[in-house]
Design a protein around this ligand. Structure first.
Ligand code: 1GP
Length: 248
């Protein structure tokens, strides 16, 4: 339980953590060592690796490259059971609790569980909540679910409460990769104020200012992917902004 422990200890100390999301489809394998080194230099806390649809089958190579280029913890953020690989350290065992698609609430987990039992991975049961980011994303299409409307913080709060009561250990509020709008602060505040399990927030965060606001609204781990794919120079400022965040 090393990674979960790191996250909960940081939360208890009121510290924020930054996760860099690496979508194996969107990065060149040759460029990964430099990205991993940059991540380590700039104070990235976790590498999240995965995607809701991987079309290039490079996950395994991607993990090997990252593993050999840095010692940052690698957490799988899998879009499907095909993305289980014990070259990573941990896996977010996601249940898509904002949706009503039984396959993603429990079906895929039943398929994965026997594999995970024998994998050398820390498995972290996580309630995954898709929030409307203003335009359809790959994840909303692939999951065949309706995201929670961004202006319904009470729906998100009640969903998060249910997840905590069901015994899930973390929550992930996601507007989807490349979302037009990131999650509104009002929703992050409502959710983080209602539960005591760690809260991960991502999707459409493009500026350090926004990353700071998301952290300060109550996210314990802030995830950024696209913005860094477009401009690696942003990484240091993003990480610093998240680390400077304090829940108000
Ligand atoms: C997507 O939360 C992540 O699942 C990160 O989104 O790529 O938009 O930063 P971005």
């Amino acid at each position: 339980g090393k990674i979960y422990q790191q996250i909960t200890q940081a939360k208890q100390a009121g510290e924020k953590r930054f996760a860099l999301l690496i979508d194996p489809d969107e990065v060149s394998l040759a460029g990964l060592p430099a990205l991993a080194e940059l991540g380590a230099q700039t104070g990235v806390d976790f590498l999240f690796v995965g995607g809701s649809l991987l079309v290039h089958n490079t996950l395994s190579d991607c993990l090997s490259k990252l593993r050999s280029s840095c010692s940052l913890p690698i957490v799988l953020f899998p879009g499907s059971p095909l993305q289980i690989d014990d070259k990573a350290d941990a896996l977010l065992f996601l249940s898509l609790i904002s949706g009503r698609n039984p396959e993603l609430l429990i079906g895929q987990q039943v398929i994965s569980a026997p594999y995970l039992r024998h994998a050398d991975l820390e498995v972290i049961g996580t309630g995954y909540m898709l929030i409307d980011g203003g335009a359809p994303t790959t994840v909303s299409y692939m999951s065949n679910t309706t995201p929670i409307p961004a202006d319904k913080p009470d729906v998100a709060m009640a969903t998060a409460l249910a997840a905590e009561m069901l015994g899930l250990r973390m929550l992930y509020l996601d507007a989807g990769s490349g979302a037009r709008n990131s999650i509104p602060e009002a929703m992050i505040k409502r959710v983080s104020g209602a539960v005591s399990i760690p809260l991960i927030v991502g999707g459409g965060i493009r500026t350090p200012e926004r990353a700071f606001q998301v952290a300060s609204a109550g996210a314990d781990v802030v995830v950024v992917g696209n913005a860094i794919e477009k401009d690696r120079q942003l990484l240091r400022a993003m990480v610093e902004a998240v680390h400077a965040g304090t829940t108000i």
